[in-house]
Design a binder for this molecule. Structure first.
Ligand SMILES: [Zn+2]
Ligand SMILES: [Zn+2]
Length: 487
């Protein structure tokens, strides 16, 4: 059986900005005159107002096998412009504000599920009874930078206002250890990996058990996000939880307390290192965490001394949004150092990027030039241990499943209304055949579509904010109530 494809009727899609020769207003008029604006708006709404969607053309047919009857036929030929738009999923706000918000929201749910449980995602609410802390691990000093200390004056003698461009830049750029700074970013994830191993070791030691006995009794679960400090160094925020051995959320033995976890985190952070051999003209180094290790117990409701679940989730949501954005860096991969000339960057950021390129030959496996736009950092902005909570992939799949389920229900009702058999029965009996064929038809919007997408994204964001504010105020009410009961 062959599937006939209809080519898109719109101008071919060639990149993020399509139909460059058209003015947005002119293009909007063209789209309106075509008569399928409501459907176009619906399509864009389904992508959440994605700024740079993938365009597909193709078809999907469902047949009733015994009779050959076509139960449903979908072809992008009937769609506006002959295309179907699918969200790009980019996590950088400068590339796609909408999809980056979805990414941030997913990260928020992922961290939150590990704190309060999530019945639909197989994390029980009993995780609230497990010892949990919110820990922050930072990079060491690479040289003094302009800052805003609590005591008032920066070491340079000035008082910098909040958000001042000088903040985070070195007092003496010539003596700042740029090489160490980018190598540290580059190995930061490895430092974290070793930290989690040391942490288990320290916990075992503190509890007087062997590693093997400890692993059989207590499980370590964590969810973390990475963020850049103003000085361009990565640091990590993590929820770290101790579970019983059986399953996530089971209670560990009584000796596995928050204070045990706190002490173990501090000693593991002090002990862990990544030694680097000398490479060409570059000396051997030892990479380690900075002195600043912050550990705070997480409680369901705070009494002032701890951090509440809600506060952690809000922090994380904020970090996740900012996470992929490097302070004042470039928002995409640089293919040559020369390409840097196109960007207006602060000197400090420029030096960090240049240093990545300078060190690239000496550490060939580390892909420093490849990751120079990230100031050397290779990667994952959020990650978690397997048992911490749900995964980003699972959240995305849940959305896809929901839409597929909606489409399925619509078709089922349509068939029933037409006096045809129940689709569920047909599928159950293996009497349906699905034929689908999809082809990539470019990425982006036409200028008019861009305007529509921006408007839709704004509406969605507005609704989201309103819903979040309502949730927050409900939670505040609950916390206040709790405080009253405590009195
Ligand atoms: Zn997008
Ligand atoms: Zn200063």
């Amino acid at each position: 059986m062959t599937t006939t494809l209809t080519r898109p009727t719109d101008p071919p899609l060639t990149g993020a900005v399509l139909g460059r020769d058209l003015e947005p207003v002119e293009d909007l008029a063209r789209l309106a005159a075509r008569g399928d604006l409501p459907r176009l708006v619906e399509q864009i709404r389904r992508t959440g107002g994605c700024a740079n969607p993938v365009n597909l053309w193709g078809s999907k047919t469902i047949r009733h096998l015994p009779t050959g009857l076509v139960l449903s036929e979908y072809s992008t030929a009937d769609e506006p412009g002959g295309r179907l738009k699918v969200a790009c999923g980019n996590r950088r706000a400068t590339r796609c504000p909408t999809c980056s918000q979805t990414y941030a929201a997913d990260t928020y749910h992922l961290i939150r599920a590990g704190l309060v449980g999530d019945q639909t995602k197989d994390v029980p609410a009993t995780v609230r009874d497990c010892p949990r802390v919110f820990a922050t691990l930072t990079a060491p000093s690479f040289g003094p930078v302009h800052n805003r200390p609590d005591t008032g004056c920066c070491r340079c003698g000035k008082q910098h206002p909040k958000g001042a461009p000088a903040l985070g830049s070195p007092l003496d750029p010539e003596r700042y250890d740029y090489a160490h700074a980018v190598l540290w970013n580059n190995w930061a994830s490895e430092l974290w990996r070793r930290f989690t191993i040391y942490l288990r070791r320290e916990l075992a030691k503190a509890s007087g058990l062997t590693r093997r006995d400890f692993d059989a009794t207590v499980k370590l679960a964590f969810g973390k996000v990475a963020e850049y400090q103003r000085r361009g160094a990565v640091h990590f925020h993590a929820v770290i939880r101790l579970d019983g051995a059986d399953a996530p959320g089971t209670t560990p033995p009584a000796w596995a307390t928050v204070s045990l976890l706190d002490r173990a985190i501090r000693s593991a952070a002090r002990a862990v290192t990544v030694p680097l051999d000398a490479a060409g003209p570059h000396p051997a180094r030892v990479l380690r965490w900075g002195e600043q290790v912050d550990v705070r117990p997480v409680r369901a409701f705070g009494d002032g001394s701890e951090i509440t679940e809600q506060a952690v989730a809000s922090y994380v949501a904020k970090y996740a949004t900012k996470a992929a954005e490097v302070t004042d860096s470039v928002d995409r991969r640089l293919h040559s150092l020369g390409a840097l000339a196109d960007y207006d960057l602060p000197d400090h950021t420029r030096r960090l990027i240049e240093t990545c390129w300078e060190l690239d030959d000496a550490y060939p496996e580390r892909l420093l030039a490849h990751w120079s736009h990230m100031l050397g950092f290779r990667g994952h902005f959020s990650s978690k241990s397997p048992r911490y909570s749900t995964t980003l992939g699972a959240l995305r799949q849940a959305r896809v499943d929901y839409r597929a389920q909606q489409a399925h229900e619509e078709l089922r009702e349509r068939l029933l209304a037409a006096g045809l058999p129940d689709l569920d029965d047909l599928e159950h009996d293996g009497e349906t055949l699905v034929l689908a064929h999809w082809v990539f038809a470019g990425q982006g919007h036409t200028p008019g579509e861009s305007v529509l997408a921006a408007t839709i994204a704004e509406q969605i964001q507005h609704n989201r904010t309103a819903a979040r504010e309502e949730r927050l105020s409900l939670l505040q009410d609950r916390e206040e109530e709790q405080a009253w009961t405590a009195c």
